[in-house]
Every structure is written in C-alpha cells, then in structure tokens.
Ligand binder design. Sequence first.
Ligand code: HEC
Ligand code: HEC
Length: 164
Amino acid sequence: MPKSIALLLLLSTVVTPSPAAGDERVPPVTDPVVNQECGSCHMAFQPQFLPQRSWQKLVDTLADHFGEDASLGETERAAVLDYHLSNAADGPKGGRAARKYGRRIAVGQAPLRITETPWWVKEHQEVRADKWRSREVKSKANCLACHKRAEEGIYEDEEHEDDD
Ligand code: HEC
Ligand code: HEC
C-alpha cells in the first residue's frame, strides 16, 4: 500500500470524533450581538462554562468589568443576557457539555471567571505555573493562546505537548 494512503487511513481513524465526544463539545457562539459585543476585547467565551447566576451578575456589572467599561445599550444588554442565560451551564439550551462544566460550582457562588471554577482549575492543574505568565499566554483567560480552535468550541488540542 502506498505510504500516503496508509497515512490517510491512519489519520481518519485518529481524527474522527466518536458521537459521545461530539456531545461533550461546547458549541461555538452563534449570536451575532454576543460575538460583536463580547468578542472585541477577548474571544466571546461560550456561555456553557458558567451558570446562569454568574452571567446575570456579569451582565449587571458590565460598567465595571474587570476594570473596563463594557456597558451596553438596553437592546444589546437584553440580547446578550438572554443568550447567556439560555446557554449557561444550567440553562435550558446548555446541553451535555454545559452540565459537565457547571458541576461543582457551589450553589451560593456566582464566579465571574471561568478560570476560577473548580472544573477549569482541575483541568488545567498540569499546566506549569510559569506558563501562565509567559509572553505568548499572559493570562489564563487567553484561551486562544493554547486552544487555537477555542472559538469553534474545540478545546481538546493535539498540540499542547509541543507548546513548551
Ligand atoms: C472593553 C473590553 C471588554 C469587553 C467589551 C468585554 N470584556 Fe470581558 N473581560 C475584559 C477584561 C480586560 C477581562 C479580564 C481578562 C484577563 O483577566 O486576562 C475580561 C474577562 C472576562 C471574563 C472572565 C475570563 C476568565 O478569567 O475566566 C468573562 C467571563 C468575560 N470577560 C465575559 C464578557 C462578556 C460576556 C462580555 C460581553 C457582554 C465581555 N466580557 C465584554 C474586557 C472586556
Ligand atoms: C497555557 C495554556 C492554556 C490556556 C491559556 C487555557 N488552556 Fe485549557 N487546557 C490546556 C491544557 C494543557 C489542557 C489539558 C490537556 C487537554 O485536554 O488538551 C486544557 C484543557 C482544557 C479543556 C478540556 C479539554 C478536553 O479534552 O475535554 C477545556 C474545556 C479547556 N481547557 C478550556 C479552556 C478555556 C475556556 C480557557 C480560557 C478561559 C483555557 N482553556 C485556557 C491549556 C490551556
């Protein structure tokens, strides 16, 4: 068998996700208002990563958003809130992946950072401390530095090993 065909066969078995893995995937943000208003300073984070109470609090405090003024007009604010509540970890459209990510966030807590939720911290515990401060990463919130396809909802990255 020619080498190229053997390689193709190998790739197709490795790359094709199983249906179960597909379910676990976080869908990309589809709302144009959210992509525009919440994707200008950083990538538009998928609502699935935080519970409704977090998004409610975050949208209520946009005027002082991590030191920035990210406030919105009433129409945009309502649209952004609606999308985040629907697709939140515990939202009606959150899906399977969302329930996984929302797990273990204490009921009384409404973290504003995905990067401070228990599942995120656990998922990233193998990342060396100095990596977060490195020039290409700078911040834990800079998902795209390590997950090149984060905006598509693809976080299971093949290239982490080459990162350092
Ligand atoms: C004016 C710029 C700006 C806009 C617009 C903006 N953000 Fe942010 N956001 C920031 C900054 C700055 C941070 C802190 C980033 C860091 O720690 O590296 C942040 C952090 C966040 C975090 C926490 C990330 C983490 O650490 O897990 C979330 C969630 C978030 N923003 C959601 C939103 C949403 C939703 C919108 C749209 C309503 C939005 N942002 C619009 C500037 C902005
Ligand atoms: C310094 C690099 C780095 C940054 C920045 C980073 N991650 Fe990760 N992430 C990793 C590594 C390493 C893993 C574990 C290895 C793996 O599963 O690919 C991981 C795993 C994950 C997983 C689990 C993937 C799976 O296989 O199920 C998710 C989801 C995830 N990260 C989301 C995020 C989000 C959201 C952000 C930004 C708020 C972020 N990460 C920022 C390096 C990073």
